[in-house]
Design a protein around this ligand. Structure first.
Ligand code: MRU
Length: 350
């Protein structure tokens, strides 16, 4: 199944519970937008494009449950759902992008509230379907950067699970593999929530792509000793100058790649680009609960002293100057990013 799907028989969203993988594969059914917001916050669903699609389906659920028939009152209740969903996670701009698109659609409909509701369900489905199509285009574009025999360091999870289906950076790797290129992946474990060890490794097993898990801090060693020759990761929000916010640890990985003359690429759909931001300093960075850091155990015991405090930024910003290229569905973008990125992103895709 896809990471998340609309079930039209029950008017619910079915989502793979990503907190339980790889140990258990469980699908949860969600029938109200408040629970969608909670699922995003607690990372039942995660990854920028997947969060965007979840938000869109959340708006469809909200519309289904609004009782009032007066259009103004209906739109005002829908706006409340938008506000709650928008607050669930701040960094990935795909969420506000999808919510803006849903709200704009609702306001544009000339018809009654039942018609608006149906149009919102259809629009959410369109967002989900487009995501898969866009990911495949990105995968094809990015696969041209991968050569037979490459060893690639990959950070976080950017595969099917981070999107509706297929993936961003991991989608590129998967496409190159399907095109017959022999690739080895070094999977950053991705502390503290271990999206690499848990989710990326699980996906790579299914695609039969050879991989090994490395601790995040080991990436520099592999890059400096010539044991890895490319770095790929995704993006949660990209500023107009090509600065990329992505899972914490991406910045250090990109620095190590750059310092060793190894190409570093970020892969993302245009819905991840926020042209309203001049640079990455303006990107809001989510800081999550310290328990995610402190909860790590060793020999069955908590690692840190009982009174320890922790900081837990979920993302960091990699300056555009560290990238060799940025891969999108509209093509691969090369420096100077402050000129080329806005130009290509604004280009009509048709
Ligand atoms: O906190 P997460 O797991 O939602 O973070 C996900 C990432 O940082 C991904 O790399 C990012 O969404 C881009 S790939 C779809």
């Amino acid at each position: 199944m896809r990471t998340l799907e609309w079930d039209k028989n029950t008017n619910t969203i079915k989502m793979i519970d990503q907190r339980l993988l790889p140990g258990q594969f469980q699908v949860v059914s969600i029938d109200n937008y408040q629970s969608v917001a909670e699922a995003i916050k607690t990372m039942v669903v995660r990854g920028a494009p997947a969060i965007g699609a979840a938000g869109a389906f959340g708006m469809a659920l909200a519309a289904l449950h609004i009782k009032v028939k007066d259009k103004e009152a209906f739109l005002s209740e829908l706006q409340q759902a938008d506000t709650i969903l928008r607050k669930s996670r701040p960094t990935a701009v795909n969420l506000s992008w999808a919510l803006n698109r849903m709200m704009a659609k609702a306001k544009k409909v000339i018809g009654n509230t039942d018609e608006i509701t149906q149009i919102l369900i259809d629009e959410a489905q369109r967002i989900a379907d487009e995501d898969v199509e866009i990911n495949r285009k990105m995968a094809l574009n990015g696969a041209s950067l991968i050569e037979d025999g490459d060893t690639i360091i990959h950070h976080c999870n950017t595969g099917s699970l981070a999107t509706v289906d297929w993936g961003t950076a991991l989608g590129v790797i998967r496409m190159a593999h399907e095109l017959g290129k022999h690739i080895h992946v070094l999977v950053d474990e991705t502390r503290p929530r271990l999206q690499g060890s848990r989710l990326t490794a699980w996906e790579l097993e299914q695609y039969h792509i050879p991989y090994e898990i490395i601790s995040d801090g080991a990436a520099g060693f592999f890059l400096r000793t010539g044991q890895a020759n490319k770095v790929f990761f995704g993006a949660d929000r990209v500023a107009a100058n090509g600065d990329v916010a992505n899972k914490v640890g991406s910045y250090m990985l990109a620095l190590a790649g750059y310092d060793n003359g190894i190409p570093v690429y970020s892969v993302f759909p245009s819905s991840t680009v926020d042209l309203s931001l001049q640079n990455g300093d303006e990107i809001p960075i989510e800081e999550r609960n310290q328990d995610e850091v402190l909860g790590i155990q060793f020999n069955g015991e908590m690692v840190a002293p009982r009174q320890a405090m922790a900081r837990n930024p979920a993302f960091d910003v990699t300056p555009g100057r560290l990238f060799s290229g940025l891969v999108t569905e509209k093509g691969i973008i090369y420096p100077p990013f402050h000129i080329n990125l806005p130009e290509i992103i604004k280009r009509d895709s048709k």
